[in-house]
Design a binder for this molecule. Structure first.
Ligand SMILES: O=C(O)CCC(=O)C(=O)O
Length: 318
């Protein structure tokens, strides 16, 4: 760690109420030290191909989407395949081993990388205030730590070094390398289309947040994770991550990230709307989805059914 980097408390990955199944004990241990774990198989490759085909067809109709935006936030509300995906039993198994039994899905996002797309630059996210300067997550039972927000990034097409696989800086969740609370103008203006925003982070320039502008990861800490369709990587967004460029001529890499918190975390605290990636999101109809356990806190509005009136959870065998 350089002198300009501010140390953050060493986090504990598993909550006191978490029960870690024996078969994933080593994975959880590795997740604690590295900040990510994968690839983890969720679907067979042909099942993944069929799912993404269906999802892309359904994407044409946004009449029941929660909001109109080109980052496709929260399409699990109107695309049933995604509503089912967020409560996948393997995802829930890992998350409950980390958070304990009570888990909310608070957001989904699409990450397509089209042929010729730029790399996603190194970034590190803690409470998502990079978007507009306001924290989108606020823990109430603990201080902030690296394991109160976990992303499950699932690829539905091959994610290779050529098509833009994810990469991580092992163990970097322990260091403050990017400080989202720094002021920045880039990315916070309204009305741009992320598809055409010429930055490495969907309209933002994450180097604006670098604590040390000269920071570079040590090569031996960088892990490039190639993945098969249907595989997921689970990570804390406070582990520095990004992806390679898509250098192919015709292969789109298509991934969907689902983000989760334990129920004690307040999601979008005291906000009726928020802005991110050039768009404004009205939270009127928004709710987090309880994918496991119970919500004893009542901090957040919950949604148990999607925008077609179908239950989110309960479509997987118990
Ligand atoms: O898919 C990508 O290129 C980046 C994904 C990412 O940064 C995330 O899921 O937080």
């Amino acid at each position: 760690m350089s002198e300009t980097q501010i140390p953050v408390p060493v986090p504990v990955a598993t909550a006191p109420t978490a029960v870690v199944p024996d078969d994933i004990r080593d994975d959880i241990r590795r997740f604690t030290t590295d900040g990510f774990i994968g690839p983890i198989k969720l679907y067979e490759p042909d099942e993944a191909a069929e799912l993404i085909r269906e999802i892309r067809i359904r994407n044409q109709d946004t009449s029941k989407a929660l909001y109109r935006n080109s980052v496709n936030y929260d399409r699990h509300f109107d695309i049933p395949e995604l509503g089912r995906h967020v409560a996948h039993p393997t995802i829930v198994k890992y998350l409950t081993a980390i958070f304990g039994p009570d888990v909310l899905c608070w957001r989904t996002e699409w990450f397509p990388k089209f042929p010729g797309a730029k790399a996603t630059e190194w970034h590190q996210v803690r409470d998502y205030s990079y978007a507009n300067g306001k924290p989108q997550l606020l823990p109430t039972e603990t201080d902030w730590n690296a394991f109160i927000d976990i992303t499950v990034w699932t690829t539905f097409t091959p994610a290779t070094r050529e098509t833009a696989c994810m990469r991580f800086v092992r163990g970097s969740q322990r260091d403050l390398i990017f400080d989202e609370h720094k002021a920045t103008a880039t990315g916070r203006s309204e009305g741009y289309d992320v598809a055409y925003a010429n930055t490495g982070f969907f309209g933002y320039d994450f180097s604006d947040f670098a604590v040390d502008p000269d920071w570079e990861p040590r090569p031996e800490d960088v892990v490039e994770m190639e993945m098969q369709p249907g595989e997921a990587v689970i990570f804390t967004a406070s582990c520095v991550h990004g992806s390679l460029p898509n250098i192919t001529k015709r292969q789109t890499r298509f991934a969907i990230a689902a983000r989760y918190v334990p129920t004690h975390v307040r999601v979008y605290p005291d906000q009726d709307t928020f802005s991110a990636h050039g768009a404004t999101f009205d939270l009127d109809e928004y709710g987090s989805v309880l994918v496991s356990g119970q919500d004893a806190y009542g901090h957040n509005r919950l949604r148990s059914t999607d925008n077609h009136g179908q239950p989110f959870v309960g479509t997987w065998p118990a």
